[in-house]
Design a protein around this ligand. Structure first.
Ligand SMILES: Nc1ncnc2c1ncn2[C@@H]1O[C@H](COP(=O)(O)OP(=O)(O)OP(=O)(O)O)[C@@H](O)[C@H]1O
Ligand SMILES: [Mg+2]
Length: 403
């Protein structure tokens, strides 16, 4: 008797629902793709091409659309023109300085045996090496800086790279920079001269609505699942949950995959709406666990302060209200309190991570516009996760008294 037999049921090819899978077609983005295509067209025509800043919230198809268009552009340029087109993709997740960026660009143009170590060179040497390397390519180079917001603090190359040819740093090659960011405020926070260099053209990808998400999910489900295992309500429900949230296709795909996994674990013959509900609860728990555990002590204190107001029915709360509770909690945790201004950044970060909800209120002339925060996650679960940090012991005790 074998111990292992091939799994059966539910999935045909679950990989189709994974993050790495690049779909053949991009759905629900025809207007955005048309604009994006127009922005890239001069490359095909051998013309100088303006830099592009592409922004939009998480999971709205920025990365996948860029990959899709650039792979077509490469193939089509090869077909129609006698021109070298090179694409360089830098995921700036761990690239925080212009120096590291130059090293990443150099290394992505070299074979692994010739990689340089991104330390130890004088900065200017590193930049020169990069420009030489680019110039040697000739033709056109498209440099994609995905998650470019990581470079905000050290923006030298964000300014210089798009205008490298105009400034005489390269002669034989045209460079087009595409910056991608999911931080909608990224552009506003750039210095004016960097903005006018990096964002000569801007493209905004809006969140998906439920119809678009359904379309995306149906196409993937067709390949990912066996025939007839999805009951009718499953995809509309995944799409509705994700649309209600932030309109994120990644979240919608994750829900669908998790619902399939749950059905499979239970040896069910079909995936049902209940499986989607369960998947949603589980994903929410995972999100809380990872986001809360990754917070700094200050981030945890700000979350705890807002939670405390929430438990006293005092939310949505303004920055200044959170701040007075925060100071008490900082003292309980023996931490140096940050300024009220810095607290605002923490509140913004927590909202970006969807642990808090942020909304802007406009009260007319007297108080003007201000932001209010409320807690977006289950309070009990959040307190449980805060408990794992020893420094938060007394804060957690206070929160538990309020639960
Ligand atoms: N229009 C679409 N058609 C098909 N699949 C899509 C579409 N949009 C997004 N996806 C899928 O959803 C997931 C998230 O998309 P993508 O990685 O492009 O998001 P993003 O906008 O780059 O988000 P982030 O800002 O978090 O990096 C990917 O698995 C992608 O394949
Ligand atoms: Mg992306």
């Amino acid at each position: 008797m074998p111990i292992f037999t091939p799994s059966t049921g539910i999935f045909d090819d679950p990989h189709v629902l994974s993050e790495e899978y690049v779909p053949e077609n991009i759905l629900g983005r025809s207007h955005e793709l048309q604009e994006y295509k127009n922005a890239l067209q001069p490359i095909m025509d051998g013309q100088p091409t303006k830099s592009i800043l592409l922004y939009g919230k998480t999971g709205v198809g920025k990365t996948v659309s860029t990959k899709y268009l650039l792979s077509h552009l490469k193939a089509d340029v090869k077909e129609y023109r006698d021109m070298e087109l090179t694409t360089v993709w830098v995921l700036c997740e761990n690239v925080n300085t212009s120096y590291q960026l130059a090293a990443s660009i150099i290394n992505s143009l070299r074979g692994p045996e010739n990689h340089i170590r991104p330390t130890g060179y004088p900065a200017e040497d590193m930049y020169q090496m990069m420009y030489r390397e680019l110039d040697a390519l000739g033709g056109h180079v498209v440099i994609v800086l995905d998650e470019v917001d990581n470079l905000q603090a050290d923006d030298k190359l964000l300014y210089e790279l798009p205008r490298a040819r105009a400034n005489g740093r390269i002669e034989n090659v045209r460079v087009t920079v595409i910056g991608i960011s999911n931080d909608l405020k990224f552009k506003d926070n750039l210095r004016q001269k960097v903005k006018s260099s990096l964002a000569q053209q801007e493209l905004l990808f809006p969140p998906y609505d439920a119809n678009q998400l359904r379309e995306i999910l149906y196409a993937r489900a067709d390949e990912a699942f066996q025939d007839d295992v999805l009951t009718d309500g499953v995809i509309p429900l995944c799409a509705a949950f994700a649309a209600q949230d932030i309109g994120d296709a990644r979240q919608a795909l994750m829900l669908l995959r998790e619902a399939g996994n749950i059905a499979k674990k239970k040896d069910a013959a079909e995936v049902t709406e209940q499986h989607v509900q369960r998947a949603r609860d589980e994903l929410e728990q995972d999100l809380i666990t990872t986001s809360v555990s990754k917070l700094t002590t200050q981030g945890k204190l700000v979350l705890a302060s807002t939670l405390s107001l929430h438990l006293g029915d005092e939310t949505p709360a303004r920055n200044k209200d959170v701040y007075s509770r925060y100071k008490q909690y900082a003292s309980l945790a023996d931490a140096e309190p940050v300024s009220q201004r810095r607290l605002r950044d923490h509140l913004g970060d927590l909202s970006m991570q969807t642990l808090l909800d942020e909304r802007t209120r406009n009260t007319g002339r007297q108080e003007g516009r201000f932001k209010e925060y409320s807690v977006a996650i289950d309070a009990q679960a959040a307190v449980t996760h805060l408990q794992t940090d020893g420094r938060m012991e007394q804060v957690v005790a206070d929160l538990e008294n309020r639960l």
